[in-house]
Design a protein around this ligand. Structure first.
Ligand code: ADP
Ligand code: MG
Length: 630
């Protein structure tokens, strides 16, 4: 190949511009990113060498070296991992923007610290070198290729890059950073580099080597010796004993594998023995990632077999509703050449999945029911971030339904958040047999729903479900500890023995005496209602809408419409409050028809619905306002 100059792909250019102009408040992260790439490259070599040990080229000890050249102001990160062919260097370092790049550019906030941390999350780590360098040269040779098939890639990180063929006897990659003048002092200082390595890369399982330095009294300066020493712990963190690991080290490890900038909310680290032998180190993040809703997203666990990295995002290791969990599984039983397909079927993997699920659920239960209030608050924070995802478990994980249901938290007429089903049951009224719930688009709509009036009056608690997945949840979670969940917006209100005989009698009498009125209303509203009847559920409002037991609720119908799906057109029933002055005067009013429609439209508005013909509603109300004004 002759030397050629190529242009960066458009989104890469944009990204480079941002990196060089905006990210300078947390400069040192570049080293973490480059070491992490070196470590990935070694993992890849080890993995490919399982089938082809010749790739080791008689140098089986994988390592990373950091070289400081003060005279030329360069810092080099050298690895003897898989390396890159010329085409790979062109593709991976310049022309193929990864899917995350565009997203990253779109999410840059202008807040440098936050943006610098985002960089890792979106997998655009290599370019972070341009935070400190005004030129990066990469010299690489892919393992297995001849010494003459090395590549030199070089760029100032602006419009284009050069590639050329070089001789490179040793496999692997050198990333040579030509430091900007103003960065050179700091990042060519050995102790500074060691501190950064200790902070971010201590647990990388490869040795990271630097040359020893010694104080030269004659020259009165530090001189570099020709002797190398390992500057990190170089032991896979999860294989060390729990008691030797500080919580800071767990936090750093989590940040490294998750690319999260915040410490995790909780973690669990265990060696499991028995039918299947493995180590698990699992983290629950503090914040939900931007793409949590993507159910296609693979799980967050890395799979190792006897310390050898096998794959990222091994989705078979956890059920999908726990896809927010990050961590590492290191199995002692699986074969090294295991593939995703094999994982799906393996009995060992099934045991691991069950084991991990149990661990996570126990960890959550522990937080939720802890004596310490701070821990319970942690659980509340967890629920706010991940509650909606955890709810998916009720349909997905039959074996753990009961444990999951106990972990769920809701709003209710009693408290704006954090109500568990067990709390609810413990507060049920004497004679109350079911758990009352209402679904709505927002908490305010649920709280002010006319359907709750009788429940409020009688002091009966109702769960307020306003999460998009709640309608779905109700179709899977129909009972808790033998108590049915019942929507207060469906079917005739039946308070059972919570209602006294006198009230029941009064309602029956009202229904009887209002029969002619109900028939008139039904005739007026036959286009829009299924039925009109008298109710005892209302206290202050004149009317409300309810759906029949088998029908799709108004709320669900709206959700389906928003999602672009068609909802079966089920007409609601209009229920009227016989005690309301408007209802009492209705029969004798000369505006009967207008009032009937207004009653219906208002009931629809009150539950968060949209009027089919808002202009007609306004016209009717205005006509009545005119008569009121004169
Ligand atoms: P990521 O590590 O998330 O893939 P990076 O921007 O850090 O993203 O790296 C881009 C790609 O460049 C890597 O996926 C890899 O293919 C290649 N690469 C970077 N550094 C090295 C290296 N030291 N050895 C081999 N390939 C590398
Ligand atoms: Mg990387």
């Amino acid at each position: 190949m002759t030397k050629q100059t190529l242009s960066f792909q458009a989104e890469v250019k944009q990204l480079l511009h941002l990196v060089t102009h905006a990210l300078y408040s947390n400069k040192e992260i570049f080293l973490r990113e480059l070491i992490s790439n070196a470590s990935d490259a070694c993992d890849k070599l080890r993995f490919e060498a399982l089938d082809n040990s010749a790739l080791y080229e008689d140098a089986p000890n994988l390592e990373v070296r950091i070289l400081v050249d003060k005279a030329n102001k360069t810092l080099t990160i050298r690895d003897n991992g898989i390396g890159m062919s010329a085409q790979e260097a062109i593709d991976h370092l310049g022309t193929i923007a990864k899917s995350g790049t565009k997203e990253f550019v779109g999410r840059m906030s202008g807040d440098q610290k936050k943006d610098a941390q985002l960089i890792g999350q979106f997998g655009v780590g290599f370019y972070s070198g341009y935070i400190v360098a005004d030129r990066i040269t990469v010299e690489s040779r892919r393992a297995g290729l001849g010494a003459a098939e090395g590549v030199r890639w070089s760029s100032e990180g602006t419009g284009d890059f050069e590639v050329d063929t070089i001789d490179k006897p040793t496999r692997g990659t050198d990333i040579i950073l030509h430091l900007r003048d103003e960065e050179a002092d700091e990042f060519l200082t050995a102790w500074k580099l060691r501190t950064i390595v200790g902070k971010y890369s201590d647990h990388i399982s490869l040795p990271i080597l630097m040359q020893k330095e010694e104080w030269d009294a004659e020259k009165s300066e530090q001189v570099t010796k020709d002797e190398w020493e390992t500057v990190n712990q170089a032991a896979a963190l999860w294989s060390r004993s729990k008691s030797d690991i500080t919580s800071e080290q767990y936090d750093e490890f989590y940040k490294q594998i998750s690319h999260d900038s915040e410490a995790p909310l909780a973690y669990t680290h265990n060696r499991v023995e028995g039918r299947s032998e493995y180590t698990q180190l699992l983290f629950v993040p503090a914040k939900a990632p931007y793409d949590m809703w993507n159910r296609e997203k693979r799980g967050g666990l890395k799979l190792y077999v006897k310390r050898v990295f096998i794959m990222d995002d091994a989705e078979a290791l956890l059920p999908s509703y726990l896809r927010f969990v990050k961590g590492v599984i290191d199995s002692a039983d699986l074969p090294l050449n295991v593939s995703r397909e094999i994982l799906q079927e393996s009995r060992d993997v099934k045991a691991i999945r069950e084991g991990c699920t149990k661990r996570i659920l126990s960890m959550l239960e522990d937080m939720a029911h802890h004596d310490d209030e701070a821990m319970r608050n942690k659980y509340a924070a967890f629920w706010r971030e991940f509650g909606s995802v955890l709810k998916e478990g009720i349909g997905e994980d039959f074996a753990n339904r009961e444990r999951l249901a106990k972990l769920f938290r809701f709003a209710s007429t009693h408290a704006a958040e954090g109500v568990s089903l067990a709390d609810y049951v413990s507060r049920m009224k004497e004679g109350q047999e079911v758990i009352y719930v209402i679904t709505a688009d927002t908490l305010a709509a649920a709280q002010n729903s006319p359907q709750l009036e009788i429940f409020k009056k009688k002091g009966i608690e109702v769960l307020l479900l306003t999460d998009r997945v709640d309608e779905w949840l109700l179709s899977h979670l129909y009972e808790f500890e033998g108590k049915q969940l019942q929507s207060v917006a469906k079917g005739a209100v039946d308070l059972g023995s919570l209602q006294d005989e006198a009230e029941k009698k009064k309602a029956e009498e009202a229904a009887e005496s209002l029969k002619p009125l109900l028939e008139r209303l039904q005739a007026s509203l036959k286009e829009v209602t299924k039925d009109v009847r008298v109710t005892t559920r209302l206290v202050d409002s004149p009317a409300c809408l309810v759906t029949s037991d088998g029908d799709v609720s108004g709320h669900l119908a709206r959700l389906l419409k928003q999602a672009g799906q068609s909802a079966p057109d089920a007409k609601p029933t209009l229920e009227i409050n016989p005690e309301h002055p408007l209802v009492k005067k209705l029969d004798t009013s000369e505006h009967f028809d207008d009032l009937a429609h207004i009653l219906f439209d208002q009931a629809l508005l009150a539950e968060g619905g949209q009027l089919d013909d808002p202009a007609a509603y306004v016209r009717r109300v205005n006509a009545l306002l005119v008569t009121a004004a004169v």
